[in-house]
Structure formats: C-alpha cells, structure tokens
Design a protein around this ligand. Structure first.
Ligand SMILES: [Zn+2]
Length: 271
C-alpha cells in the first residue's frame, strides 16, 4: 500500500523553538503509537489552543502535536510536515504506556487533541479526528487496531480524555477505535465491501421486531439505508459480526446475502 486518501489538509503552525512546550528534540526511537486526547476545554478551537500554547510556550511544558476541530487540523509540533519531535502529552510517571508499547508516550507517541463543545461542529470535527489518526497509522506503519491508546487508559487516575469530549459528541471510545480502523481501510483501499470485517458464517431466518433499517455494505448506523423493513417481515441472514456499531450496547449485526447489514437487536430468530 503506497497511497492514502488525502481528505483533509494538515496546517503546520509550529510553536517557537526552543521553548518549554517545544524543546525541538527528535522522537526516540521514533513514532511507535498514537495517544488520543481531547482538550478538556469545551468550545476552544484548534486555533485557540495553538495560540494559547504559543503565548505560554515558556510557562509550561505540556503540549501535543495536533489539534483538530471542525475547520482545521493544525500541527503545532512537527510530526507529519517536518521531522517528528517530542511533545509533552502524557506524564512520564505512569507505567501503562511502557507496558503496552515499550516506550513512554512523550518519546514515541503522537498526541492528537480533539476540540469539542461550544460552536464546534461535532460530526465534522470527529471526521477529521478519525482521519488524522488513520493517516498517522499509514505514515508510520502502525496498526489502527493496536497502536492507539486513549489518554485515560495511560493515566486513569488523572485523565478522562478523550471519553469526555467524545461523549459531548454522542460517541464513545470503542466507536472511535473502530472508526479509525474503518477509515484506515477505506483510505488505503483495503476496504472491499464487508470482507474486511470479521464475519462468522452462519445462516438462518429472522423476523423483524422493529422498523428495521438494512444498511448498505457496513454494520453501521451511519451507512446508507438500502431498505426499510416493517415489524413482522421475515428475512434471511448469511453471517454475523460483533464489529458493528453498538446499538443499546449490542454491536452484533447480521449480514444478508447482498452484503448488507442489520442490527441483531431488531430481530428474533425463527423456530
Ligand atoms: Zn490528554
């Protein structure tokens, strides 16, 4: 794989160096994983955050590489648009980053900040947030299913991000990880209908217990609707996956013979 769909532009707006926030040290040994953050400051935009960092660049050492809102993706510490440098986005004292990835996040991870709340369009900001993490996996040969960790996982006693920010956008962390993986597959061309999903082959017949949407190609509430069924309609399935969008906490979806999907919670098995 050699190309990645360039859906968005990454805008470099580097902090001055040397400074506390940007000492200008190369990542070592290199980019090995990604930490998903949110700003913790509802309503602040990517531009607001980078401006604040620049103005206070010698007051604190906290920093991150990327800020994402609905309008732009700003890179304030070089990682994509210049040789990757360290940012200070996870404290060194916590053990989980070393355990999971063999390195401290500040030495070897890209810090990506999600802006949320206030006047920020949550869906558009989310799309950019998902894309930039998928792109980071592509650029640095990381596995989107293994090499992303939320800040709250690495520093559970002090942090809740990006869960808090995602919740304000009606999303959760598990969904984020799945969406980054799907975006990665789409942008690298790895996605081929439902084949990229882990599908368990099994067939049977079910009856709809709700007005049921058949989703085109993906077990996702965001996928286009191929057909709407009424209560009592009978339909056949040819497999199922647990990697669908969770609806009421249930992420198992059936696949039909056309490669489309419907949520298992909206049907009962026959006989
Ligand atoms: Zn954080």
């Amino acid at each position: 794989m050699s190309e990645f769909k360039q859906k968005y532009i990454i805008t470099p707006r580097y902090l001055s160096t040397p400074s506390k926030r940007r000492p200008g040290r190369a990542m070592s040994p290199g980019v090995r994983f990604i930490v998903a953050h949110d700003t913790g400051n509802p309503g602040s935009t990517a531009g607001d955050n980078v401006r604040y960092y620049e103005n206070s660049r010698n007051e604190q050492s906290a920093s991150a590489h990327i800020f994402v809102d609905h309008r732009e993706i700003i890179e304030c510490i070089p990682v994509f648009t210049g040789p990757p440098e360290k940012a200070w986005h996870v404290i060194y004292g916590v053990p989980t980053d070393d355990k999971m990835f063999g390195h401290d996040a500040n030495d070897a991870a890209i810090g990506v900040e999600y802006c949320y709340g206030g006047g920020i369009d949550a869906d558009e900001a989310y799309r950019k947030y998902v894309w930039i993490m998928a792109y980071a996996c592509f650029r640095f040969s990381l596995d989107p299913r293994q090499h992303i960790a939320g800040h709250f996982i690495l520093d559970p006693n002090r942090k809740t991000d990006p869960v808090t920010g995602l919740a304000r956008s009606r999303r959760n962390y598990e969904q984020l990880l799945r969406d980054v993986a799907l975006e990665f597959d789409e942008c690298t061309g790895a996605a081929t209908g439902g084949n990229a999903l882990p599908i368990t082959r099994e067939s049977g017949t079910v009856t709809a217990t709700v007005r049921l949407n058949i989703r085109q190609g993906k077990p996702s509430t965001l996928a286009p609707i191929a057909q709407v069924l009424s209560v009592g309609d009978v339909l056949a399935y040819t497999g199922w996956t647990d990697a669908g969008d969770p609806v009421n906490g249930n992420s198992r979806w059936y696949q039909d013979g056309n490669g489309n999907f419907f949520w298992t919670g909206g049907v009962v098995k026959q006989g």
